[in-house]
Structure formats: C-alpha cells, structure tokens
Write a protein that binds this ligand. Structure first.
Ligand SMILES: Cc1ncc(COP(=O)(O)OP(=O)(O)O)c(N)n1
Ligand SMILES: Cc1nc(C(=O)O)sc1CCOP(=O)(O)O
Ligand SMILES: [Mg+2]
Length: 208
C-alpha cells in the first residue's frame, strides 16, 4: 500500500491528562495513514506502556506506528522508526527491523541528506520545517521550491513537516508532498471530536 496521507505525530504536552489514547484514536478514525509516537522524556516504563497501547490502537485501524528516536523500542514492538540526523544509523535500523518496516529519515532542507538516507535504506524522506512551528520553533527552515526539487528527483515517499495546518496543507501537496506530518495543527484542538474532524479534512485533501 502506498505511503500517502496524514501522518499524525503525538506530543506529550498536548496529549497529557488522559488525552493520549482518545485523541490518537480520533486521529485514526479520521484516516491518519501513519502515527508517530514522539515522547522526549526518559521515562522508559511509561514510554513502553504508551507505545504498546498505541500499537494495539493502530492495529485496530490499520494505521502503521513508528517510534521517534528509539530503535530499541521500535524493535521490541515490531514497528517502524523515525530517525533524525543525530539519532543513529538508518542502515542499522533497516537491518534490525527488516525489509518491510517503515524507516523514516529527517532530511531538513537538504537533497543530499535525502540521497544519503535513501541509499541507507530509508522508506521515506522528511523535509521541513515549512512554516513557523509551535512544537519545534528552532527546526531549520525549508521552502516549497526545495520540495518541488525533491519531487522531481525522488520517487520515494516525501514527508513535509513543520507548522502544517489545514489551510497551509494544499500548497505542500501541490508541491509534491505524499505525507503531511502534523502535531499542533491536528492535536491542538479542543476535543477528540475536533481532532477527528481535522484528521478527516486532512485525509480528504489527498483524495482530489
Ligand atoms: C516525520 C518526521 N520528520 C521529521 C522529524 C524530526 O526528527 P528530528 O530531527 O530527529 O527531531 P525530533 O522529532 O526527534 O525532535 C520527525 N520527528 N518526524
Ligand atoms: C518534530 C518536528 N520536526 C521538524 C523538522 O522540521 O524537522 S518540525 C517539527 C515539529 C512539528 O510539529 P508542528 O506540526 O506542531 O509544527
Ligand atoms: Mg529525533
């Protein structure tokens, strides 16, 4: 199945106080194609428990789960992994998780990073940040022109990330993004039902 659609990413602050499971479930009900568990804490017990719960939820909805930064946890759960430039070797991740696993790679605004990531076995290449991001304001900036160049050069799935909202999404899809990775523009909502509606609206953008 092709990698195309909404890529939901969790955030510990936005999804605190019991919101993690119901709000993630709402995003899956709204059609999220991929889910990334992104938790920057060192609480390995809670991380393992939450990731296991998300794996169960994703299996119910046919959504694929990736773990951010943590190859060991991804391997333990038998799911995919997303690695940034400082998060370890993509080659090792591919070897550890096997040929079918989704292994994602941060490329910032660099086509050379993308070349290297694909050569190392990445399943998709992620560029960003495209807009001001509340979640990660310091991430290096990327442009729509870069995205268009990436689309021309690579046939692998392309992820766009950083400050993406429903209003900003269409220009990224037009420029060649296959997946839109979203945190605040999805989970920065007032209710689970609002998250479901946002997820459905993002998903619908890919049907035109
Ligand atoms: C889909 C996707 N793209 C980029 C990132 C950023 O990864 P990284 O640069 O390692 O930063 P952190 O997310 O670890 O803070 C991502 N997580 N997902
Ligand atoms: C985790 C992350 N990585 C980025 C990059 O550019 O590599 S931007 C980002 C934050 C994405 O969250 P939001 O949708 O709230 O902006
Ligand atoms: Mg990382």
């Amino acid at each position: 199945m092709s990698l195309r659609g909404l890529y939901a990413i969790t955030d510990s602050a936005l999804l605190a106080d019991g919101r993690l499971l119901p709000w993630v479930e709402a995003s899956l009900a709204g059609g999220a194609r991929l889910l990334q568990y992104r938790d920057k804490s060192r609480d390995s017990v809670r991380r393992r428990e939450e990731a296991g719960q998300l794996r169960t939820l994703c299996a119910q909805y046919g959504t694929e789960l990736l773990i951010n930064d943590d190859l060991a946890l991804a391997s333990e759960l038998g799911v995919g992994v997303h690695l940034g430039l400082e998060d370890g070797s993509l080659q090792e991740a591919r070897a550890e998780l096997g040929p079918e696993a989704i292994v994602g790679a941060t490329c910032h605004a660099s086509l050379a990073n993308a070349e290297a990531a694909l050569a190392a076995g990445a399943s998709y290449i992620a560029f960003g940040r495209f807009f001001d991001s509340r979640t990660k304001p310091g991430a290096p900036a990327a442009t729509l022109e870069l995205l268009e160049q990436a689309r021309e050069r690579f046939s692998a799935p392309i992820v766009a990330i950083g400050g993406i909202t429903l209003e900003r999404a269409p220009q990224l899809i037009s420029a060649g993004a296959d997946l839109l990775a979203v945190i605040h523009g999805l989970f920065g909502a007032d209710s689970a039902e609002a998250v479901r509606q946002r997820a459905e609206a993002f998903t619908t953008l890919f049907k035109h």
